[in-house]
Structures are given as structure tokens and as C-alpha cells.
Design a protein around this ligand. Structure first.
Ligand code: 13P
Length: 258
């Protein structure tokens, strides 16, 4: 694997993708409070909560007075603000303190049927509204790192087509087969693919994006992934982000206690 340590100087990002959970605002507040407490020594905006839309405003209020935890959106619209039933505008997200938006998650690609064209439109809008896209990519079936990378490069080419080379964005490498909270994943496989994504991006963009890993990361395997912390620039966590105890351990392991 080629050595490339430039990105290791960036603070790792930890993004909690709560998906369609928890089922009440009371639980969402309790979970967020525990994560905020665990993250009190983490660098500013290094831990991100991506709650379902109804919880964004109340959590925005809860996050006031601290700097370590910020808000991300799990999804965003492919349209500018107009009369459009059921959509949430970028202005609303910005007003609620949302700084990053997850886009191209495999559940939206393969369950909802979101296309690369839509993802590309969303990436452009997220950026136009001063937010940072967290673009999810990843192969659907377990294969070799080289084949996974070839698949991901195609996704990247389509999803960021027409994107300003200097634009700021992050990538989450999420092998679709590894999503589910308790799948067996070899961290060296993930690191190998991420290394390739870094090299690809260095050729295509002037600022090298952070590349996060997502897929069955939890408190028992985080050390194995952190072994590759020079390559893996953070984590996008699903199931374990709903367990305050897991998050407390993961946050301590990533950021330490100062
Ligand atoms: P799990 O952590 O539950 O595998 O989910 C990963 C994911 O999809 C995060 O976006």
C-alpha cells in the first residue's frame, strides 16, 4: 500500500447516523446528552449527530453552549426552495445549524432508488448553500480492494461531475455488505480501499477530502480500525451510535481525554 500521510493531520470526524431512530424525542434528547457529555474534550465540531429531521431543531437547542458536537443532516433535497410538498430547504437546515449533509447513502441508493444524477444535483446544492457534503460510496458485494476501488471511482466520477476541483467535501467509504452493525469486516481491507480513494482524489481535486469509514464499527472493533488512523480519517456509525455506552468508549479512544 502506498504511504500517504498528509490527511492524518486532520482531526478525525465521528458521525452518528441515527437513521430512523430513536422513536421518541425524549430518547433522542437523552442519547444526545450522553454523547455531548462524552465528547466534552473532543475538538470543535469533530462529533456530528445526524438525527431524523423532526429532531434537528430540538437538538440544535440542546447543542447550544458547547462546541464539540455539531449537527449533520441524513439527507437533503435535490431542489432549490419553492412550493414543493414534503421537502426541506437548505435555508431551513442552515438556520438549524446543520453544517454537513450525508448524501448518497447506500440505503437511499438501493432502497429508495436514488440515482447518481440526483446525488450529483444534491452535492452541488449542498455546496452552493455553504455546507459540506459527506458523500457515501461503496461496493455492494465483498470483493478485492482493487475491484472495490474501481467501482467506487466510477461512483465518484458520476457523483461529483461538474464539481469545482477546489470544493470542500468529505467521503464516507461504506461497503454495502458491511453495513448492519455486526458484520465481519477486515479493517485492513477498508484501509486499503481508503488509501486508493485518497490517491484518486489527489489526482482529481485540489484539496484532498477526509475519507471516513462506515460499516459495523462498534466499541469492540474500534481499536482495530484506529490502527489505521493515518489513513482512515474518521467514522460514520449507524447501530452503535444509538448506544451511549459504545459512543462513550469510541469517543474516548478517538480523541482521548485531555
Ligand atoms: P452500521 O454501523 O449499523 O453498520 O451502519 C453503518 C451505516 O450505514 C452508517 O451510515
Amino acid at each position: 500500500m502506498a504511504q500517504r500521510k498528509a490527511t492524518s493531520l486532520q482531526t478525525p470526524l465521528l458521525v452518528c447516523n441515527w437513521k430512523m431512530n430513536p422513536q421518541s424525542l425524549r430518547e433522542a434528547r437523552a442519547l444526545a446528552s450522553k454523547i455531548i457529555r462524552a465528547a466534552r474534550y473532543a475538538p470543535p465540531a469533530s462529533v456530528l449527530l445526524a438525527p431524523p429531521f423532526p429532531y434537528v431543531a430540538p437538538l440544535h437547542a440542546l447543542l447550544k453552549g458547547q462546541r464539540a458536537v455539531a449537527l449533520a443532516a441524513q439527507n437533503s433535497t435535490a431542489h432549490e426552495q419553492r412550493a414543493l410538498t414534503g421537502e426541506v430547504s437548505y435555508g431551513m437546515l442552515a438556520d438549524m445549524g446543520v453544517s454537513r449533509v450525508i448524501v448518497g447513502h447506500s440505503e437511499r441508493r438501493y432502497i429508495i432508488g436514488e440515482t447518481d444524477k440526483t446525488i450529483n444535483e444534491k452535492v452541488a446544492l449542498i455546496h452552493a448553500h455553504g455546507m459540506t457534503p459527506l458523500l457515501c460510496v461503496g461496493e455492494t458485494k465483498k470483493t478485492t480492494p482493487a475491484k472495490a476501488l474501481a467501482f467506487i471511482e466510477q461512483q465518484l466520477v458520476r457523483d461529483v461531475a461538474g464539481f469545482d476541483k477546489r470544493a470542500h467535501f468529505s467521503i464516507a467509504y461504506e461497503p454495502v455488505w458491511a453495513i448492519g452493525g455486526s458484520k465481519e469486516v477486515d479493517p485492513s481491507y477498508a484501509a486499503h480501499v481508503i488509501e486508493g480513494i485518497h490517491v484518486f482524489c489527489a489526482h482529481h481535486f485540489s484539496s484532498v477530502p477526509r475519507v471516513l469509514y462506515g460499516g459495523s464499527v462498534h466499541c469492540k472493533n474500534i481499536d482495530d480500525f484506529l490502527y489505521y488512523r493515518d489513513t482512515i480519517n474518521g467514522f460514520l456509525i449507524g447501530s452503535a451510535s444509538l448506544r451511549a455506552q459504545d459512543m462513550t468508549i469510541i469517543i474516548k479512544k478517538i480523541y482521548g481525554k485531555r
